[in-house]
Every structure is written in structure tokens, then in C-alpha cells.
Design a protein around this ligand. Sequence first.
Ligand SMILES: [Zn+2]
Length: 658
Amino acid sequence: MISLWTNKEAKLFRKNDLSLRVYSSRLLGRNSELVLHGGGNTSVKGKYKNIFGESIETLFIKGSGWDLISIEEHGFAPVDLHYLLKLAELKTLTDSQMIVEQQLATLNPSAPNPSVEAILHALIPFKFVDHTHADALLTISNTPNGKKIINEIYGREILVVPYVMPGFILAKKIANMTKNIHWETLHGMILLNHGVFSFSNNAKESYERMIDIVTRAERFLIKANVWQKFNKSNSKADLLTLARIRKKASEITGKACIAILNDSSEAVGFSKMKVARELSAKGTLTPDHVIRTKPFAWIINDDLDISAGNFVNRYKQYFQKHNVNGITKLDNGPKWALWPEYGTICFGKSMKETRIIYDINRHTIRAMQMAHNLDNWKPISFRNLFNIEYWELEQAKLMQDNSSAGGFQGKIAIVTGAASGIGYSCTRKLLEKGCVVAGIDKNKKVSKLFNDLENYIGITCDLTRHAEIKKAIKTIVKKYGGIDILVSNAGTFSSSAKLEDIDDKKWKMDLDINLASHHRILRESVPYLKVGINPAIIFLGSRNVGAPGIGAGTYTIAKSGLTQMSRLAAIELAKFNIRVNTIHPDCVYDTNVWNKEIIKERAKQYNLSIKDYKERNLLKTEVSSLDVAELVVFFVSTKSNKTTGAQIPIDGGNDRII
Ligand SMILES: [Zn+2]
């Protein structure tokens, strides 16, 4: 492992020790073989000046909720160092007491909560303390002879600590172990089955000691000829089965899940190993991961119901065996699955959560293979994992993630014509509700619309081309695991023409865009919607269907055909529990289909002024694309679970239709 430290970059952080702490913490965070998503923690000791100008000896420790890779100075909580050292002298301290005391000792009330390892960091008598869950070390540690090998590699300059629960118990253990040890002789500590600490009075030295410790573990694995030796293979993704697996995972979990398939050559190679089933059932890389991944995988076999049942039974037994305090069981849902021959699948309620699990899993299956090739994969016991999985402090971390929960979490939607107007508004609304959305549009800008959101993918696709639709659907299912909602909106406002003036070319072109393309995307989506979660389809019709106007020609003909297709679809798909409804908007002028010329033309056609034309409805109102989106959201939500085959106007009221 190479050090990423450069003096040039470090210069930018020379302001003070805390600033350098930010720099070297980020360096640790940049290497996914050291820490992943919120894992690991770092601290620096210094002074904090209060309002009276008094300097207080302070531990600045990573606050919970911060990732090392992106931490800022205010991501470190300033905690009274002496208070922490006093806490370390207590005989016992419960977890919740410890959290309260650490908060009491925090010198800035708006600082994040200090890490649960604050007392341990305080005890280490060096300015800089770095803690990671390095893959190479855990690979060695999670083998039957791990302790022996680690002692052989590092000798006396590293303190080797047997596994105990993190938090106060770990801090006490280390306080006892180091009573008669000269800290100056130590460069670091290895916590068996958990991770590694390095320390120094110098930021660079502490960071580089970490790199050195990990490098020595890597060298051992290289010498043993197991370092990064992975079974590799390829397979063709079976996307329909993936969607069925996702549905099953969602059913067991009790709510919709995203499913990310890892079908990299490494993951497929792993899944094809005979021993993969056994390895996947044994435990996690570091205990912290259990709250994300559960202690073992769902092992998929040909009969999904049976294999899912096996997983649920196993999880229930695990809970019953280790539960002593009458705690409430978490849901039975798997967090990752071994899919023999095809790779691994990770499940989560949002893309953010699922990606975290995916990354953890990618590193874990690598470590499992290396440990197996070295000797055997042997993480900590299920009892120890249970204590972490159901530890109140870990559960609190998950609660933070839940804060953005909306009615559509874990659901996957497709919106066509997403680059503008009604499609854009529907996409925005569904994203706000927590849904994952794939926006499809001919306009390339669709791919850049919501780039800051993990839950969005924009796909450029011409809906008149079958091959492009097929490809788009595959991309979506591959990325998210299925399809639950289709908002079939894309269309154009074809120019007015009386029937006698419509030539074959116009007829063909307009009906292709406004009718046939809706059928194409329906046809390609239905196999996945059949295994979707509360699946629903919305077609965007038009007021023109119920009240056609002179010259509306191909537009109204296509929209009427679309309405009929929607009615048929409702009938044909009801047995799969897929609901299909049509929304008929009118007077929506904040969309691309309307421009001044078209409005002028239409007004003329009706012999109305532009103002009168715009308000030619009973409520004398304009309908915005957001109004339409609100209605769409309602009709794809479970709130409208009992409605299918309906046509709902959103037009300000039209006396010809009423
Ligand atoms: Zn740790």
C-alpha cells in the first residue's frame, strides 16, 4: 500500500494541527482498502479556547455521521480530554451513559456526536491517532491462526488486542493492557477481528505508520501467494430472475428494496466457487459491517421460495438464540445474496444505502477468498456479531439514515419524456418522495438533469426505436433490480390539420410517436412490472380525447388510441396486480409542447383571444405540470391501490366532458 501523502498537498493544510488532521483523515478515506463509508475514525489532541479565553486540553475526534474521505474541521467534535480520561477510570459505564457523558464533555453544543471510541482515543498518549478497518489485516485476523501470524509479523512494536465490544469495554481493556507498557515503544495496535490503530505526535508519521502496518500484512499475503488471487469468471445477467429475486427480498423485508447486482468477473468467479456458500454464511469482515449486511447472506437456489424461507428461518434462529434482553427483532430481509453462477446482489431501501452494502460486500468477498486460500475464513462469533447488530449505538446510526424516508422508498420508476414539462415534473416529484427514477428522453440533457442525486439515472433514448428501448430497460433493471412504475408520458404536439389534409407520412409519423412508442415501452416493461412492487402504469392522455377539436387530427386520434390501449392494459394486467390509469391533462402551458405560435394558432382555431383560450375551462384556471405530477404521484402510489382502468381529467373542468 502506498502513502498518498504529498508535501505539496499537505502545505494547504498547514494552518494548524486540526487542519492537518483533516488532510490525513481524508487520505485514509481515499483508500477503500482502509475504510469504507463512515468506517474508521481519527483524532488529534490540542487546545480549545472558551469564551473566557481559557485553554482547555481537548480531543478533537471524528463526529458520527462523517466519512473520513470528505471530513471537514467541523466534522471533529471537541471533547474535554481530562473528562474523558476521568471516565476511563470508572469501573463500569453503560453505553447510553457513555454517550450522554461524551456529549456533556463536548465543548461545542453544535458539534456532531463524538465517536464511540472517544475514550480510547483519549487514552492513547499521542497527538494523532488513526483507526481503520484495513482489508489486508482483517483477512489475516479472520483466520484460525490470525493472532499467531500477526504476532509473528509485527513483534513487540504492535500491541495485539483480543476482540472485545467497541466502546467503553474496549477502552477499559486497553487501559488495563497498557498499564505496564511504554507507549513510546509502540507504533500501533491491532484489534483482532476488528481493525488497526496507529499513532504519533506527527500527522504524517501517524498516517504513514498506518500504511506501513497494512503494507506488512499485504507482504505476508503476497508471500503466502494469496494476495488478490481471485477466482474470475463471466456470466450473462438473467435480468428477469434478478427482478424476481428483488421482489422476494422486498417481500421478506416488508418493504420495497433496490437490488444491485454485482456481476463483475470477480463476483461471478466467487459465486461459482463451491466453498462460496459456506463462506457467505459465516460472518462479516469487521463487526461494524453487520448493521449494514446482517451476519450472513441469503444463499439463492433454483427455488426462490425455499431458499428465502431458509434465510428467514436462519435469521430467526440466530435472533432467538442470542437475544437475552427482550429486544425487538429487526426485519427478516436479507442485505446481500449469493447468487451462484451469477454473482452477488445487495439490497437496500435507497441507492445510497445499497451502494454502501455493495462496497462492503465487494471487499468482504475478496477477503473471504484470500482468507480461505490462506487457511480458513473465521470471523468473530455470531454472538459477538449479534451484540453489535443489536447494539443501541449502532442502531442509532441506522436511524440517522432513515431520516429521509418517504412513501416511495425502494420503489423504481420510469418516466418517459423526462427532460421537460410534465415528465420533468413527475421525475422531480417522485424523487422528492424517495423513489428511484430512470428518466428517458430523446433530448440528451436528460442525462444531466438530476446528476447530484444518487437515485436518478437519465437515459437518452428514441422511443420510436425498439432496440433503444430494449437497451434502456436492460440498463434500468441492471442498475436498480426491477421496475415498479411506468409513467408513459413522452409525446409531441403534432401540428393541426383537418382529416382531409393529413397525408400518409404525417399519419404514420404522428401515430408512431404518440401511440406506437407507448406500446413499445409498455411491451418491454411488462415482464418486469409483473414482478414489481405494487406496480402501476400511467398513460398521459389529453382532454382532446373526450372533447376533440377541429384540426386536432392525428394528435387526438393517437391519444384516443392510447386511452383505449390503457383500458385494455388495465384488463389484461389486472391479474398481475398491475394497475393502469390514464390522466387527461389540458391547459398545461409550462411545457415544451406549447409555445407562443401554437397557442396563437389554437386560439385562432377556436375563435378566442389568447387569454380566453388559455382559460377556456370551468374553473378559469391554468394547470401546471407540477399539478399533473401531483396527480400522477397519487395514481402510482399505494393510496390509489383500488383504482385501475380509470381516466382522470386534470383540465380545470370541461363542460363538453362533464
Ligand atoms: Zn473500528
